[in-house]
Each structure stands twice: as C-alpha cells, then as structure tokens.
Design a protein around this ligand. Structure first.
Ligand SMILES: Cc1cc2nc3c(=O)[nH]c(=O)nc-3n(C[C@H](O)[C@H](O)[C@H](O)COP(=O)(O)O)c2cc1C
Length: 489
C-alpha cells in the first residue's frame, strides 16, 4: 500500500480531517494567518489544502500533522486503543528484548537495540525509480521562487521553507541524518541552511573542509512518518529514515539523487539537491519562531541548489510556527509519548511525562516519579539536564507517582501547595536551546527544578507531620455515584 503524502491527504479528506481552500490565497502572510487561526482551534483544527496559491502553480498543504488524530494516522496507530502509546509499547517490548547490561548508558542501550534482527526489516530499501524524479530541473530551469514558499510573519527576513527534511551524511562515520530545518529562500538558487548548533545537521558538516562540498538533499512529503521522524530527538547513529521504517513497520524505499550520492525517499513530492560549503556563512532570519517570538538574525551556512526533482503534480507541505499551540505541538506530543520508554530505560523511576505545548518544547517538563531515597527528584532533574535534546529544558517540575502530569490544574495545585521555595528549588546552569531569548548569553543559561512531591517519607527530612490528602472513602463515593440521579441535581 502506498504511503506517499498525497495518498495520506486523500485519507485525511475521506475521514473529514482535511479542508480544501478553493479561492486564491497569498503565500505572503495570508496563508500563514489562516493556518495560525485554524491550528489554534480546539483540538488543532483541520488540515488545509490551498489549491490556488497566488502566483504559483503548486498547491500547498498545511496543518497536516496538527491534531492528535492526524498524528496517530500519520504514524499508523489511529486504530490502536492506546494511540501513540502503542508505539511506546512497541519500543518498550524491544527494550525488554535487548536487555542491555545494568548501568549501561542510554546510548549504549540504544546501540544494543539497533543490533536486533528486526532492525533489518526497517532499513531503507534502494529502488531504481521514484515518483520524486518524474520531473528533473537543472541549471537555469531551477527557480526556487516558483515554489509556493510562505512568508509567515511580517518581520521575517524573507520567505522560508518550513517543512523540508534535510538529508546529510557524516563524512567520518557514514551515518545518515535527516532533520527538519527551516530554509530561507535568498534567490532562485540559494537557501539559508538553518541547522542549529546542537543538532546533528550542524555537526555533520564538521568533517568537511571549509571549502569542500557537503551534499545535501531536502525532501518534502513521502510517508508521513518521515516528517515526524525528522523532528525526533534521535542520537546521531540512528538514521531517521530507518526510524520512520520502524514506525511504519517496513523499510522506506529510497532512490539515489541525480547530482550526488545521497539517497532520498522515492515517493517524496519534491526534492531539492545541492551542497553546503561549511566555511560559507550568510545572514539568516529574523524568523517568527515556535517560541512565540521572532528569533534574531544570525549567520548560517548557505545551501546551493544544483537540481530540483519532483513528481508530475506535487503538493508542497508547509507549516507555520509561532505562539503555541500550533501544528508542531502535535509533533512534540508524539515525541513525548514515543520517547518516554527510552527515557525510562535510564530513569525507570519516571512514571509519566508531559511537555505542555505552551512551554514550546524546551521550557517546561513535568514528570511524575516514584521517590525512593533522599535527593531522588534532584537526581532525576540532573539526569534530564544531561540527556539528549531534553537537556535544554529550562524548568522541570516533579510530582509524585499518583499525580497525572497532564492535569495542569492538579500540577499547579501540588506545585503551589507542596513546595517550600527555599528547600525545593534546585538551580543550575547549562546549555539552552539556541532559540531561547531570556538568557543573557546565547545558548547558555540557568535552569530550575522544582520538587513538588509530598515530603512525607521518613527520609525526606521534613521535621513536622506532613498532612494527608483529602479523600472520601471509596464506599461513600460509590454510594453517591449510585444514588446520583435520586438527588435531582
Ligand atoms: C516545525 C519545526 C521546525 C524546526 N526548525 C528547525 C530549524 O530551523 N533548525 C534546527 O536546527 N532545528 C529545527 N527544528 C528542530 C529539529 O527538527 C529537531 O530538533 C531534530 O531532532 C533535529 O535533528 P538532528 O539532531 O538530527 O539535526 C524544527 C522542528 C520543528 C518541529
């Protein structure tokens, strides 16, 4: 069965999850304003297919991943009772199977996972022909300005490609990487390659000389699992294309690029092939970002385009990022669910985790945990600040195992009532996401962990008697439930 992007759009339309926008709509601000309004509707609104972008011929799809249902459909778990958690369950089962030695690091454990036999079936499969190369444009035929690229916010430095997946290969290790990075359109043949400092996409150019061409391919669409995988915080030795194969349950078909030896998903809507010279930087931005603010202009590598290939009638995927909640909140939600078992591989005391959308991924993590010894919540905080991309977290709130971290009223109740600020706040300093604007220094600043657990264990060192939670006996609750209709309420 085909899992290409347009098949997915049809599937969304058939179940009422997609609206077509027939009238002409301008990719300059108007399209973004519509998508912003729709994505802020309760539940994330519908996916949008703009059929007539002003002055362009290729339709634009937006908000495709912007609801829980569509995210589940994209990852093939919409029929599963546990939804996204079904993927977490699959990972958990694999983790059990891999059984790495106790005390191994998260990376060692992931490495062991990758040696399982199942991995072979998720590997990309090279094919000779792909939808994405039905049309090939080279030389003067390449005109990035023909693409329906949006300018989403009024003070943006120009139009930005927002849902392109950039493929690179680490020269030393050979590891392939695919990451979702924005690309500013400077002119018909050059793009800004916004690979942030801490991401593998930036790290991959380190093995190349300053004037040596690093091949890059930017793909659009294909299996919807690819777009999610491109955002997932995977370590450098796990290929995102293979991870998409794991999510889908079968390897993604890939074809070799026309102008370089990278391989790209064969049924992509469109592919931009080119290269980056690691020594060449150019001003990029500003850009209205998912922090809810404009991120400042800065110097980033330039991507020189050598070919554009596409299917005959492509659809161009785009997103708008801005003040949350927006479409990316649902990509983040998938990460929250799918990566919980991986986090629990090294921190089994964690029961559940929530990254509220308003915290824009890096600003707040709420964890519930089983507390067993003095300093246990503080140990978990330190581990979070030392793990993968979750290390950027500025604020961590820890609640007891019986508290649902997704219930923000309950979390606020515990946070405000259980905390003695002087005793329960742990401050530290460390790396921040480069988009953080609050810290004085670029990508470095302070962090706070709040221990909002009850201090009712003998080893908590609390010198008074900790009060008990208010609760009615089960029997009374049952009685009231049974008699509810009698009360005439
Ligand atoms: C909508 C969206 C836009 C993003 N834009 C960028 C970007 O411009 N630059 C960047 O480095 N990361 C960006 N990210 C985050 C990365 O895609 C994400 O951190 C990914 O895990 C990085 O992968 P890597 O470590 O393999 O490079 C974006 C994420 C989303 C959801």
């Amino acid at each position: 069965m085909s899992h290409d992007f347009q098949t997915f759009l049809k599937k969304l339309e058939n179940c009422g999850e997609l609206s077509r926008v027939g009238p002409e709509v301008d990719p300059f601000l108007e399209m973004g304003a519509i998508a912003d309004r729709v994505s802020k509707q309760a539940g994330g609104g519908k996916a949008l297919l703009f059929e007539r972008p002003t002055g362009k011929t290729i339709p634009v799809a937006m908000n495709v991943f912007g609801s829980l249902k569509r995210m589940e459909m994209a990852l093939g778990v919409d029929g599963e009772p546990r939804g996204l958690d079904a993927l977490a369950d699959r990972i958990e089962a694999l983790v059990q199977k891999a059984m790495p030695k106790p005390g191994a690091t998260l990376f060692e454990k992931l490495g062991k996972l990758m040696s399982l036999v199942e991995v072979g079936s998720w590997l990309p499969k090279t094919v000779r022909k792909g939808l994405c190369q039905e049309v090939v444009l080279r030389g003067d035929q390449i005109r990035l300005t023909d693409l329906p690229v949006l300018t989403t916010w009024p003070e943006d430095g120009g139009p930005f490609i927002t849902l392109g997946m950039s493929h690179t290969r680490n020269k030393e290790t050979g590891h392939r990487n695919m990451g979702l990075y924005r690309l500013q359109v400077y002119d018909d043949r050059t793009l800004g390659f916004h690979t942030q400092l801490h991401h593998d996409g930036a790290r991959n150019r380190h093995g190349y000389d300053a004037d040596e061409r690093m091949p890059v391919a930017v793909t659009f669409g294909g299996d919807p699992a690819l777009t999610y995988a491109a955002t997932a915080p995977l370590p450098p030795f796990i290929s995102e294309v293979m991870f998409a194969g794991f999510l889908r349950g079968e390897g993604i078909e890939t074809v070799r690029c026309i102008t370089n030896d990278l391989e790209v998903p064969a049924d992509s809507e469109l592919v931009i092939e080119g290269y980056v010279l690691p020594g060449e930087l150019r001003r990029e931005g500003p850009f209205g970002d998912h922090t809810g603010y404009y991120s400042l202009a800065d110097d980033y590598p330039v991507l020189h385009v050598e070919a554009i290939t596409m299917r005959k009638h492509p659809v161009f995927p785009a997103t708008i990022v801005g003040r949350p909640p927006q479409e990316d909140a649902y990509l983040g939600l998938a990460t929250e669910r799918i990566f919980l078992p991986l986090l629990r591989m090294v921190l089994p005391e964690i029961c559940d985790m929530h990254l509220p959308a308003a915290g824009a991924f890096h600003n707040l993590v709420i964890l519930s945990m089983k507390k067993e010894y003095p300093g246990h919540p503080q140990k978990v905080m330190s581990a979070i600040w030392g793990t993968g991309q979750i290390m950027f977290t500025k604020g961590i709130v820890i609640v007891d195992e019986d508290i649902d971290p997704h219930d923000l009223t309950e979390v606020l109740f515990r946070l405000t009532s259980n905390v003695d600020p002087k005793r329960d706040l742990l401050f530290t300093e460390g790396p921040l996401d480069v988009l953080d604007h609050a810290a004085d220094r670029f990508a470095y600043g302070s962090k706070v962990g709040v221990d909002a657990t009850r201090k009712n264990k003998p080893w908590d060192g609390y010198p008074r008697e900790w009060p008990r939670d208010l609760a009615f006996p089960e029997a009374v609750l049952d009685l009231v439930a049974r008699r509810w209709s009698d009360y005439g309420l």
